[in-house]
Design a protein around this ligand. Structure first.
Ligand SMILES: Cc1cc2nc3c(=O)[nH]c(=O)nc-3n(C[C@H](O)[C@H](O)[C@H](O)COP(=O)(O)OP(=O)(O)OC[C@H]3O[C@@H](n4cnc5c(N)ncnc54)[C@H](O)[C@@H]3O)c2cc1C
Length: 367
């Protein structure tokens, strides 16, 4: 059992224990704030790995452009610098009545206020998964060198990883198709223009496309679709969209297992529970896309609201922006940029992506 003295009264200030669970994008924003801010409350970050891996650079790692150390942030070091405690553990149970969580290690942790930023899980057909994100480098290294690597899912993550795998294999002179199975046209949520563009790029670059086929079963060596089509494979990666964590079932999660929060990023019933990023769903906007852009934006509101809640001040609402910039690598240092109706493909979008991604990582490097 991991205890802290609850609510120590020092004069008029009441000190609480803030437990941040998950080193995701929103909590990174809090850690960065804490580098320049002194707060009297006790703060602990518990995350599943010492490192937070940055998905914006997953394609570059797959293609061999970035090394592992260039795409990850050392949470332990960042916490030390921010003068907060770091614990490596995976939280898999919460009891809101006793205000405790239990980790995979078997340890029970107590808190006064808790915030979740633990990302999402993959709707996987088998054991292969890149989530939590510290599993990515090992998984993708096996995937890209397999004989018939197959991605299931035609969204941004699936298309990007299929194309960067193909680019890496071409550079290594590895024969054999990279297969992409999708139940609908690629990138449907990005609009017709982007969907059409990425489909022609994928075909031109040589991805073996299995279009409009919904996967029903993944057997030992074959994928079987709803229409009865059989696709032989050697390694399958399922990227068919995010799903939530079992952990939230005790907190009336939505049907996909996401933690339901108000626009204050706060649980409606248990006001001492907050959350941000992929693991939550906004009650007012349940279809809001799950991506790093929104997770980062939520970080600022989350931190303000945590502090305001503890000092009994008015909370701020999170208002998501309507459009967001998306740049997806298509291999060979080319990328597809999409912003509203604008769709651009080529070297320039990749250079912009490289600049943004490097800048993001640099923000967390400690001199
Ligand atoms: C290939 C790929 C490319 C992508 N590219 C982009 C992109 O370019 N731009 C973009 O905006 N989005 C992109 N995304 C989506 C993006 O990765 C997610 O939306 C984003 O990472 C969500 O951030 P988060 O803070 O919610 O969680 P995450 O970044 O997933 O972080 C969650 C953290 O919590 C930890 N954790 C997990 N479970 C537990 C637990 N039970 N207990 C304790 N700790 C836990 C993890 O180790 C991790 O540190 C991409 C996704 C993929 C798969």
């Amino acid at each position: 059992m991991y205890y802290y003295n609850r609510k120590i009264r020092t004069g008029v200030i009441i000190l609480s224990h803030i437990l941040l669970v998950g080193g995701g994008h929103a909590h990174l924003t809090i850690l960065r704030s804490l580098l320049n801010e002194k707060i009297s409350h006790k703060i602990t970050l518990i995350s599943a790995s010492t490192y937070q891996y940055y998905s914006g650079m997953f394609s570059g790692f797959t293609e061999g452009i970035y090394q592992e150390d260039e795409i990850r942030i050392n949470l332990q070091q960042l916490c030390e610098r921010a003068s907060i405690e770091f614990i490596e553990d995976t939280i898999d149970k919460i009891d809101p009545i006793t205000k405790t969580v239990i980790g995979k290690s078997g340890t029970t942790y107590t808190f006064d206020l808790i915030s979740f930023d633990i990302g999402s899980k993959s709707k996987a057909f088998n054991q292969n998964t890149i989530k939590p994100n510290y599993l990515f480098t090992e998984e993708i290294s096996m995937f890209r060198s397999s004989e018939a690597p197959t991605v299931v899912g035609g969204g941004a993550a699936g298309v990007e990883l299929a194309l960067s795998t193909l680019a890496w294999r071409k550079a290594q002179n590895i024969k054999g198709d990279v297969i992409l199975v999708s139940s609908s046209p690629l990138l449907t949520s990005y609009g017709y223009k982007a969907s059409k563009k990425i489909t022609s790029i994928a075909k031109l670059k040589g991805i073996k496309m299995v279009e409009n086929e919904r996967v029903e079963h993944v057997k030992a060596t074959t994928i079987v679709t709803k229409n009865g089509m059989k696709v032989p494979y050697t390694h399958v990666l399922s990227l068919t969209g995010p799903t939530g964590h079992q952990l939230f079932q005790s907190l009336s999660a939505n049907e996909n297992g996401f933690l339901k929060v108000t626009d204050y990023l706060q649980h409606r019933k248990y006001a001492f529970i907050f959350g941000a990023g992929d693991c939550i769903t906004l009650e007012s906007n349940p279809t809001l896309p799950k991506n790093g852009v929104y997770a980062v934006r939520q970080g600022k509101v989350l931190w303000k609201n945590i502090k305001h809640y503890l000092s009994a001040e008015i909370l701020t609402t999170f208002k998501p922006q309507k459009k967001f910039l998306s740049i997806m690598s298509t291999g060979n240092k080319e990328a597809l940029l999409s912003y509203g109706n604008i769709v651009l493909h080529g070297k320039l979008p990749w250079r912009l992506k490289h600049f943004i991604d490097k800048k993001f990582i640099k923000q967390h490097e400690l001199k």
